[in-house]
Design a binder for this molecule. Sequence first.
Ligand SMILES: Cc1cc2nc3c(=O)[nH]c(=O)nc-3n(C[C@H](O)[C@H](O)[C@H](O)COP(=O)(O)OP(=O)(O)OC[C@H]3O[C@@H](n4cnc5c(N)ncnc54)[C@H](O)[C@@H]3O)c2cc1C
Ligand code: SF4
Length: 500
Amino acid sequence: MTSEAIWIFADQLGDHFLDPNFDGPVILIESHAALRRRTYHRAKAHLILSALRHRARDLGERAVFVTADTYRAGLKQALDTLGMKPEQVIVRAPTSHPARRLVADLGVQVSPSRGFIATEGEFTDWASGRKRLVLEDFYRMMRRTTGVLMDGAEPVGDRWNLDTDNRQPPPRRQSTLGLPEPWWPVEDEIDEQVRRDLDRWQMEGTIVTLGADGPRRFAATVDEANAALVDFVTHRLAEFGPYEDAVMASDWVMAHSLLSAPLNLGLLDPRDAIDQVEQAYRSGSVPLASAEGFIRQVMGWRDYVWHLYWHLGPDYVASSNALDAQTQVPDWWQQLDADQVSAACLSATLADVRDRGWAHHIPRLMILGNWALQQGFDPQETTDWFTRVFVDAYPWVMAANVIGMALYADGGVMATKPYAAGGAYIKRMTNYCGACVYKPTQRVGEGACPFTSGYWAFLHGNRDLLASNHRVAQPLRNLDRLGDIDEVALQVQQRGSSPP
Ligand SMILES: Cc1cc2nc3c(=O)[nH]c(=O)nc-3n(C[C@H](O)[C@H](O)[C@H](O)COP(=O)(O)OP(=O)(O)OC[C@H]3O[C@@H](n4cnc5c(N)ncnc54)[C@H](O)[C@@H]3O)c2cc1C
Ligand code: SF4
């Protein structure tokens, strides 16, 4: 008779969340209250249900798979089935503050979190006594302690940071990077059942979703996640570095890995991804700039963002609004209504999110985040929106990325200056502007690029709050040289929250 069971959440689905010498029951709970409470992207709801159900199938008889309204009710059902008490259940520390409060309240044993490279204790040790938590310092510490991309005590190639090699604009005379199609999953009977269930719940009115339905584009099993990783390393990793920061209208994936969803579902162990990428570099099949660029994202940014979520505390998101941003997120944005938008870059990005629940880093930051920042979208509403519409979004990813990096809502805890950019920068890093009804260089008049006028109006409106930030000193001097700033600001005000 087994004396203990493990309970895993829907974002703890990989083998690395189980101990190799544990062969007891594994509890998986499909909670419907979570789906009912908010309007999620259909592709996100599908992916999570599909991944959880696939894991239950793959665990076979060990799985105690329960569907219930709430996690509390689901756990009770599972305990009744197993004839166990809560203290016999071990749960991996879940990934959000509310979920950690819940498991503490349920009386189960909570074991340390998994799915990241550094432990929470290691991060706390590193962070303690530091005045500023800087990604680059964290990343170098991680490289040293793991030995990844190190030759003894030195970084391979004698450089820690290859970002300057990795900031290429899109290649000008081509419409795509010309890489092979990424690996795509083949849907199965579990996906069919998920689709039927979602259709039924939607028809009954018990859930509301937004965005387009399928086909499922992200891995939902450990095998699929590994296949996606191998495909990325083989076919796209070599080009990952140089075009990391570029956007091409006709190439929504470019050389990105599409691995955030399986990583965040816990299907893919980040260490496996890092090791395969390092191996590809050491065997000579990809350049260092690409391998380092990818490893920096996963072992640097992903881990850093996760640990900051805990470090910044449960009130960080709700209490951050340093720029006093009060604009309600407009309906066309909420509904992903890309067709109402004329600005080519924003329309295409919203359409990508509508159709797939995904866009790569630069559209998230430079187009969506930048627009939300310039327009003064309420930070909590914006965070909620990102969490609901991206397939890979979870509360822990939102704190640093949306509140800190995109919106500067924490006043500079996370970023040293607001990530505001006008049309000139978007023109340099994307190929949207040529086909746009607006002109990136124009800031007033009918053809004025809404990002350009929005950029200047943002600086103008936040001048007092930003005046002491030396990193904004040059843009503020440039602002002083504009003779038409009142006109620009008035125009932005008159455009209001209508789709640009
Ligand atoms: C406003 C905003 C919102 C974001 N929302 C999310 C989100 O909901 N979920 C999410 O996983 N990432 C988010 N990111 C980070 C990043 O944009 C995505 O991880 C990436 O675009 C996912 O695509 P990919 O797997 O092809 O990534 P790649 O470009 O191939 O990068 C490799 C991996 O690095 C990791 N990574 C890179 N940057 C970050 C970062 N800043 N934070 C966390 N992980 C990172 C991801 O795991 C990603 O899979 C957000 C960034 C911004 C600016
Ligand atoms: S002109 Fe402005 S709105 Fe149009 S694509 Fe360029 S940056 Fe976007």
